[in-house]
Design a protein around this ligand. Sequence first.
Ligand code: CO
Length: 154
Amino acid sequence: MTFMRNTLATAAVLGALAAAPYAHAADPCKLEISGNDLMQYDKSELSAPASCKEITVTLHHTGKLPKEAMGHNWVLVNAADLAAVATAGMGAGLASDYVAPGDPHVLAHTKTIGGGDTTSVTFPTSILKKGGAYQYLCTFPGHNALMHGTFKFG
Ligand code: CO
């Protein structure tokens, strides 16, 4: 009987643990994305509801390569500006996180990080239009062709 009770208690604890990640992930205004050493994001789409006053995007680099070789950032743009931002960022260099200083086409961006690092950016949703066509990309030279995705707001 003792064994049975313990088993049931353990099952209850495991159930609570399994539910916990969902409880933390319940804030729809905090988004997570990862980049790896194969020049890939783990998500091709991120979305946040119009009820968010601000959005935080946390970028994890799950690889091992340094940022000089396989740097990743997360840059939010209007979809039409992706190519222009990528080109301007390439020329800006690592010291500027591959984002041209003052680039008016950049809506929000993180730092550029290397393997094992994490960074995040928080921005107000007042800069977004509900239902707008947004994209995110990594502006490390040559990465945006593979590393981009759709950002949905609203
Ligand atoms: Co990258």
